[in-house]
Design a protein around this ligand. Structure first.
Ligand SMILES: Nc1ncnc2c1ncn2[C@@H]1O[C@H](COP(=O)(O)OP(=O)(O)OP(=O)(O)O)[C@@H](O)[C@H]1O
Length: 170
């Protein structure tokens, strides 16, 4: 791995003479990278753009055990291990606290796509299957998804704890 150049080289150990296969990405992170490196280099600007009125998505994708939960959540109680979600929340609420001439509304939803079905993790009766719809003016949305008004970091954390309790465990 060459994080400085955003490159990964793959070599077949059984075929030493074969050329390596090189893949280039906008950024890559190896075992020396910290949660902070990832947030500061890759996500901070994205969240800033949301605070300026744009939409953004952070999407973790990968097979089981590859580190999605580690990256997105990490460990909330350890400042060094806090993942992207906690860092986004801190960033958003710090920004709001420092803005005196703007009003913000923060709503949190938590849904799960599991075996091709959508479930609302904030709904006590979370077995109800949700549907994806599209509106000409607002784009794609999930019909009847719970959206909770949150006024502080602590309130969003409560939403996460509640949602996590309803997640499917493989
Ligand atoms: N970058 C990392 N540094 C240290 N430990 C890591 C890292 N990424 C993942 N791990 C550890 O590897 C294990 C599997 O990671 P994790 O649970 O985040 O995978 P996942 O992709 O969310 O899996 P699943 O799809 O099954 O939920 C965990 O014990 C996690 O702490």
């Amino acid at each position: 791995m060459r994080p400085q150049r955003g490159q990964i080289e793959l070599k077949n150990p059984k075929e030493q003479d074969e050329p390596t296969k090189d893949f280039t990405f906008d950024a890559i992170y190896d075992e020396n990278s910290t949660q902070s490196d990832l947030y500061e280099e890759t996500f901070r600007d994205l969240v800033d753009s949301v605070l300026n009125g744009y939409n953004a998505t952070i999407f973790a994708y990968g097979q089981t055990g590859t580190g999605k939960t580690h990256t997105m959540e990490g460990k909330s109680e350890d400042p060094e291990q806090r993942g992207v979600i906690y860092k986004c929340i801190d960033h958003i609420f710090e920004h709001m606290a420092a803005s005196h001439n703007q009003e913000y509304l923060v709503r949190a939803s938590y849904l799960e796509i599991y075996q091709e079905e959508l479930r609302d993790l904030l709904e006590a009766e979370s077995n109800k299957r949700l549907e994806i719809k599209e509106r000409p003016d607002g784009g794609v949305y999930v019909k009847d998804l719970t959206s909770k008004l949150t006024r502080s970091v602590a309130e969003i954390q409560e939403v996460m704890v509640r949602g996590n309790a309803h997640r499917s465990v493989g």
